[in-house]
Design a protein around this ligand. Structure first.
Ligand code: NAP
Length: 235
């Protein structure tokens, strides 16, 4: 399978990239970034880097770039910021879905029927709130904006259900640094519903790329369970 990762230069996207290249069944990984990936990330033969300089202006993306990516089976959207940036956290992912689906539907190969639906996997979060009227105690604007993105992503998949499916992952606080003492303490304090290691996120997402999921929304505890099992099996 060929998978696209948007946001692969980021902390979480980088973990997903690492696990995707290790995953059987994923034969090609294309990191879609606005700046070149560091050399350390592209040492694996499966990985290619395709640059989209401005995700806010997809009209300027040349046909040859779309041609390199439009036969992909899945896309992981791990681009995002920790502030209230409406372009990055709402407009870019929605515009990309529109533009990509348009290409998918237009290409003759796909019109004649793909063997499976295109799988769009959105990195969301455990604290993201889809209910736009609910009162929230902290970071209300950001959490609602990301909730709106999740809702619109699911609606988009429903509207294009013959060719498109969406999965929303909702990790809690992501821990980097593997089995470090502080990570073990944090896991103990917050439990499996609110904390998860980066490599567990990566392994879970790589598995979702290949196998999908029964439900479109995947919560932190399910990701921890699945990620741990997959990492143990891979040892
Ligand atoms: N940390 C957690 O526990 C957690 C849990 C759940 C969800 N999240 C969410 O996950 C998202 C990613 O987190 P992270 O820690 O991986 O962040 P990060 O390390 O800052 O990475 C952000 C990624 O988004 C890309 N990006 C940002 N603005 C962009 C733009 N204008 N155009 C193109 N690419 C852009 C960055 O590309 P460049 O490298 O080119 O800047 C990078 O690849 C955030 O929205 C965060 O809220 C985090």
């Amino acid at each position: 399978m060929k998978v696209l990762i948007v946001g692969a230069t980021g902390a979480i996207g980088g973990m997903i990239l690492q696990q995707a290249v290790r995953r059987d069944g994923i034969t090609q990984v294309i990191a879609l970034t606005r700046r070149p990936l560091p050399n350390t990330s592209i040492q694996n033969q499966k990985v290619q880097n395709v640059i989209i300089p401005d995700f806010g202006d997809l009209e300027t993306v040349p046909d040859e770039t779309w041609e390199k990516i439009q036969d992909a089976h899945a896309l992981v959207w791990a681009m995002g910021t920790y502030n209230l940036n409406e372009d990055v956290n709402l407009k870019y992912p929605l515009a990309f879905q529109e533009a990509f689906a348009k290409r998918l539907l237009a290409s003759s190969e796909n019109r004649e029927g793909r063997s499976r639906k295109f799988r769009f996997i959105l990195l969301s979060g455990a604290f993201v709130e889809s209910d736009q009227s609910r009162w929230l105690f902290f970071l209300w604007d950001q959490r609602r904006m990301k909730g709106l993105l999740a809702t619109k992503t699911l609606e988009f998949a429903e509207a294009h259900r013959d060719v498109w499916e969406a999965l929303i992952i909702r990790p809690g606080g992501i821990l980097f640094g593997g089995d470090a003492f502080l990570n073990r303490v944090t896991e103990y304090v917050f439990g499996t519903s609110l904390a998860i290691r980066g490599e567990e996120v990566g392994a879970t997402v790589a598995d979702l790329v290949v196998n999908g999921a029964r439900q479109p929304v995947i919560e932190n505890s399910e990701m921890v369970q699945k990620g741990r099992k997959l990492l143990q099996e891979a040892q």
